[in-house]
Design a protein around this ligand. Structure first.
Ligand code: GLP
Length: 253
């Protein structure tokens, strides 16, 4: 199956090369538009990318002073300063290394007891910022993006969601490998929030992503593979290393 217009695949030999290229790309976009509104993911995949971005900042290749960020998701019940939160992850890997203005960093508050109003607040903030210019996404082994889990239906806007066991297992690393400590709920941008971004780059590396990458690119759109909804977006790039591309059929390029 040929992939739809609007969706392009970029293959890299290694995950390191993909991360470096993505950091250069983001740096270039921020140079071109210093107030760029970025959407950012967490997970193991973007760690190298953030390290590269921090390195480029250290070299003076990019200035984040006016840039704006919105992270995709956060665990429910997790304080921002809890070392296991996504917010703390971002502080460790990016925010503490670059000159993003704290007021321009946006995060869902996992401690807010009224999740619905917290999610509405986030949507309003995104809208007020003029929308997301460039959204970087990771990919769950089960095809999730953000915390939009596979299921019978997807939720359009930012919402509270139940995490699947597979996703909790994939996140156990942040919790010392203890599955029972991984929260059962998260707040996440919804599928429409994601699809409203002007441009999307999904980064997927490693053998364990190969099936999800194939489903996202070469199978039909289904709520069972939330990432397949990216086929509906007019401007998406899927960046993969060789191992994540291993199950793509040849027509993919
Ligand atoms: C997490 C996050 C996603 C991320 C995904 C992949 O559950 N909510 O935003 O893309 O898992 O993570 P990793 O890069 O560690 O495989």
């Amino acid at each position: 199956m040929t992939h739809p217009r609007g969706l392009t695949i970029r293959r890299f030999a290694t995950a390191v090369q993909a991360a470096r290229a993505l950091a250069r790309r983001v740096a270039r976009d921020v140079r071109a538009n210093p107030s760029l509104v970025l959407g950012l993911p967490t997970g193991r995949t973007p760690v190298l990318f953030y390290a590269e971005l921090a390195r480029l900042y250290g070299e003076g290749a990019v200035d984040f002073r006016r840039a704006v960020t919105f992270n995709l998701d956060e665990f429910v019940g997790m304080a921002a300063d809890d070392s296991r939160s996504y917010r703390a992850f971002m502080d460790r890997h990016l925010f503490s290394h670059v000159n993003l203005h704290p007021r321009r960093i946006h995060f869902l508050n996992g401690l807010e007891p009224d999740s619905a109003s917290e999610c509405r607040r986030y949507e309003r903030q995104i809208a007020r910022a003029g929308g997301i210019d460039l959204l970087i996404l990771g990919l769950g082994v089960n095809g999730h993006i953000g915390f939009n889990e596979p299921g019978a239906a997807l939720v359009a806007d930012t919402h509270k969601t139940v995490l699947t066991r597979a996703t909790r297992r994939a996140n156990a690393g942040l919790f010392g490998g203890h599955l029972r400590e991984v929260p059962g709920y998260a707040v996440s941008m919804g599928m429409a929030t994601i699809l409203r971004a002007r441009h999307i780059v999904l980064l997927a590396t490693g053998r364990n992503k190969a099936t999800a990458v194939r489903r996202l690119l070469q199978e039909r759109i289904t709520t069972r593979v939330p990432a397949s909804f990216l086929q509906l977006h007019p401007s998406v790039e899927v960046w993969v290393d060789q191992t994540a591309a291993a199950k793509l059929s040849d027509v993919a390029d």
